[in-house]
Ligand binder design. Structure first.
Ligand code: HT7
Ligand code: ZN
Length: 843
């Protein structure tokens, strides 16, 4: 397969004045008729008229009304065209019902829908399917279905047809079409300039009771973007559609967002607090793309972080405003470390702006999204809130309607703030997580913090340069008062020292507050000082981090040296959990233990080969010790944190998360009596699933599992939880067997990515089960991926990332994994997506 390089970018030689599309829908043979007005770009160097097209049956092609026979070439067609404006017409046939890749136009439960990002439009018709070609679309849909939707505003509709016009120029990846028997949950929003916008969430009949929360989240997002970024919605209508079969979370098509039903449908009976929070965040994310992605889009796919990093950052700030910034930041860091640091530490590491790819779908990664968002957060920290606002405003004003680059984004900030961002820009091109070492000295009232930074080599980048790292620091005096509030130190060199003078007594430094940069901080700090910061730090992230590092050191010592947990940790955690002045959600997060995968990475970083079984046993043992250590406070904590009537807000959710964390510990000691009672009584999915998970994790729950399936057998999204919970809770020697038998269950289907992920994502996430010495889970996953690849390459490639950490483990496990990866790679006809991923993992 061909590798595409950023350095080879050349603009398309033609502009598009208008696009008219007609769809005659039929499951096995849909006709797509296109009429596109092209005009040569006078200054263009490359005049080749190439249109992308894949899996299309070309029925006819015309230029200026005259039939032509284009040259069919790899990935599309070429034609000889006039060097004055001309009209291209084509009629093609496609088969949505046999499209299991869920890219282009496909069918899900009898409903037609599209997914065009990144390169799916070329499976709909011949077109310059690249983000820098922007055009105004008019779409006519003909089909015997009651609801026919596309982008933009409705023009007309009648019996069996509808027409839509989108006045805003857009790239083809934002095109969307939906047709089906759908019901809408309506709403409306008045924008700040007084425009009345019709809102709809479209769902399958039966799901209409699960739309209210999503609708509110949409209105909140529209308001937030006006208040915070001055961004107003720009069409008469905004439609959201829920689809069951979908490769990712959701898609920001202009005026017609399409959502994985798991990311929009919510009710207290069927959705957990985590589901509600995620739905709110994703609705916001897709809505915010209207400006950061749609009105201003990417010049090419190497610039993906331009829209994704910025939009993730915007949705994170929105969620913080809606809920709690402190809790949200801790959750963000947990995800960043679990997914992005893991990626950065292995064979799939790549820069936030990659320089080459074979299949762009493989670069919708934690690095592009989450590290991309961290870069925006650092930029804001460096320039300050006022200048961040000025930079964004200049960017919006200067580039509205354009397809741009990271250079354009940074230039807007340089021009708005007068700051040189040349060094900062390196965050986009240098892969890997910097290690930041800190030491400190104290003399005559002066505290000196000395830092050194280094970034380990990553694929294709052996030499690393120092990054510009904003280090947020505060100082806490011996009595627990903050003596120096948060100050941002700007580290630019490999080694650098910063001094704080005129201090009365030696303070304790709180370093990397709010996780001010995506780095790994290595700092000599004893358990006592950590416990001090855990008690006194005013920065919630660092307060949590101190508990976290205490827990991690405790577990690592248990694994490596077989020592008992330190009292410093046990007592500190007890005082946090019982501190009623703290937010229950924060207390619940503090009670959480580092994941097995996180511990495996830390052991590997320390030069120790991780043994998954030992990690599992140590973690289980610490759960029992914690349960014992907290036994006197557990009953009161459980009783006091009853949130009462369910509301999906931060307050109720915080109490439930603390109560369920306590219940998990209690279930280790009371034979599951309390969890069983809660399971029976629960009127919401958070408590029902939480109680069931507590039971399963304590070795109980068989009856409840059966009752759960009986109760929810007709609800696909809830049944995904049922599949997932069993694999996640399986003992290491049972995980592969449980996953295998669930894959043979009548309700299992590979064609639904949610169901596949429920079973096999959970298997990959069951660390000790996945890495069981028998290699059974490796084999099972490889078998499944080989079969899935023929149906859905995108999801297969994504799931193959389960193997990305293989080089951490012992020679036997490495040998087992290598054999499975080689077996996948040897599969005849393996997709480009999976071939690229597995090749990179093996390298
Ligand atoms: N921009 C979208 C990314 C995307 C996607 C979504 C659904 C299915 C396939 C997809 N490929 C790429 C989602 C987002 O970041 O908002
Ligand atoms: Zn996005």
């Amino acid at each position: 397969p061909q590798t595409i390089h950023l350095k080879d970018y050349t603009p398309f030689g033609y502009e598009i004045e208008s696009v008219h599309l007609t769809f005659r829908l039929a499951p096995g043979a849909t006709r797509v008729i296109s009429k596109i007005a092209f005009a040569p770009t006078p200054a263009a160097a490359d005049k080749r008229f190439f249109l992308h097209g894949e899996e299309l049956k070309l029925l006819s092609a015309k230029i200026d009304g005259a039939e032509i026979t284009p040259r069919m070439v790899e990935g599309g067609l070429e034609a000889d065209v006039p060097d004055v404006p001309f009209t291209w017409e084509a009629e093609v046939e496609i088969a949505p019902e046999s499209n299991t890749a869920l890219e282009g136009l496909y069918m899900s439960n009898g409903m037609y829908c599209t997914q065009c990002e990144a390169e799916g439009f070329r499976k709909i018709t011949f077109y310059p399917d690249r983000p820098d070609v922007m055009a105004v679309f008019t779409v006519r849909i003909e089909g015997d279905l009651p609801v026919l939707l596309s982008n933009g505003n409705p023009v007309t509709k009648g019996d069996g047809f509808a027409e839509w016009h989108d006045p805003w120029p857009k790239p083809s990846y934002l095109f969307a079409l939906v047709a089906g028997e759908l019901i809408n949950h309506p709403g409306f929003f008045t924008t700040k300039s007084g425009r009345e916008v019709e809102l709809n969430i479209w769902v399958r009949p039966g799901d209409e009771g699960k739309c209210a929360f999503g609708m509110q989240a949409l209105k909140d997002s529209m308001k937030w973007d006006e208040d915070t970024y001055g961004r107003e919605y720009d069409l008469d209508i905004f439609n959201i559609v829920a689809v069951d079969d979908f490769n990712m979370g959701a898609m920001e098509n202009k005026g017609l967002n399409i959502f994985n039903s798991s990311c929009v449908l919510a009710s207290k009976e069927t959705s957990t607090d985590a589901n509600f929070e995620r739905i709110e965040g994703i609705i916001a994310h897709e809505y915010f793309h209207n400006w950061t992605g749609n009105r201003i889009t990417c010049r090419d796919w190497f610039q993906l972080c331009l829209k994704e990093g910025l939009t993730v950052y915007r949705d994170q700030m929105f969620s913080g405003d809606m809920r709690s910034h402190a809790v949200k930041r801790i959750e963000e860091v947990l995800t960043l470390r679990a997914r992005q640091f893991r990626e950065d530490n292995g064979p799939l590491a790549h820069p936030v702006r990659p320089e080459s790819f074979v299949e762009i779908n493989n670069f919708y990664t934690a690095t592009v999204y989450e590290k991309g968002a961290e870069i925006i957060g650092m930029l804001r920290r460096l320039v300050g809130d006022e200048d961040y606002k000025k930079g964004c405003e200049l960017y919006f004003a200067r580039h509205d309607g354009q397809a741009v680059t990271i250079e354009d984004w940074l230039k807007a900030f340089e021009d708005a703030t007068g700051r040189d961002l040349a060094h900062f820009k390196q965050w986009y091109s240098q892969a890997g997580t910097p290690r930041l070492k800190m030491s400190e000295t104290w003399e005559d009232g002066t505290l000196t913090l000395s830092f050194s930074q280094s970034t380990p080599p990553t694929p294709g980048q052996s030499e690393k340069k120092p990054q510009l790292i904003p280090i947020a620091v505060g100082l806490i005096g011996p009595n627990g008062d903050e003596v120096v509030p948060t100050t941002v130190l700007e580290m630019t060199e490999a080694e650098q020292s910063f001094t704080f003078e005129g201090l009365g007594a030696r303070p304790v430094a709180s370093v990397l507050r709010d996780f001010s940069a995506p780095v790994i901080l290595e700092r000599e700090i004893d358990a006592k000082t950590r416990a001090f910061l855990l008690a006194h730090d005013t920065d919630p992230f660092q307060k949590w981090e101190m508990g976290r590092t205490l827990a991690k050191d405790t577990l690592l010592a248990m694994i490596v040296k077989g020592t008992d947990p330190s009292h410093a940790y046990l007592d500190a955690i007890k005082s946090v959990v019982t501190d009623e002045s703290l937010d229950p959600a924060f207390r619940a997060l503090s009670l959480g233990l580092p994941s097995q995968d996180d511990l495996a990475q830390s052991l590997h970083d320390a030069g120790i080969i991780p043994n998954p079984q030992k990690i599992y046993e140590a973690r289980e043992s610490l759960r029992h010790i914690l349960s014992d250590h907290l036994r006197e406070v557990i009953p009161a904590l459980y009783a006091e944190n009853d949130a009462g009537a369910f509301t999906p807000d931060a307050e109720g959710s915080g109490k439930r998360s603390l109560r369920l964390a306590i219940l998990a510990l209690l279930s280790l000691r009371d034979e599951g009596v309390t969890a069983r009672a809660l399971y029976k009584r629960a009127d919401n999915m958070t408590e029902q699933a939480g109680a069931l998970q507590a039971l399963l994790a304590a070795g109980h729950g068989k009856e409840e599992l059966a009752a759960f399936a009986e109760r929810w057998k007709d609800d696909r999204l809830v049944m995904d939880k049922w599949f997932m919970m069993q694999v996640a809770a399986a003992a290491p020697d049972r995980a592969a067997t449980v996953a295998k038998s669930l894959s043979e269950h009548a309700d299992f289907t590979m064609k639904n990515p949610n169901r596949f992920r429920a079973v096999f994502g959970a298997l990959a996430g069951n660390h000790a089960g996945f890495h069981h010495e028998s290699g059974a889970a490796y084999r099972l996953l490889a078998d499944q991926l080989i079969t899935l690849d023929a149906l859905n390459p995108q999801t297969t490639a994504r799931m193959s990332g389960a193997f990305e950490t293989w080089k951490r483990y012992d020679a036997d496990r490495q040998q087992l994994i290598r054999a499975e990866l080689e077996r996948i790679l040897a599969t005849p006809g393996l997709s480009r997506d999976t071939t690229e991923m597995v090749t990179r993992i093996l390298s």
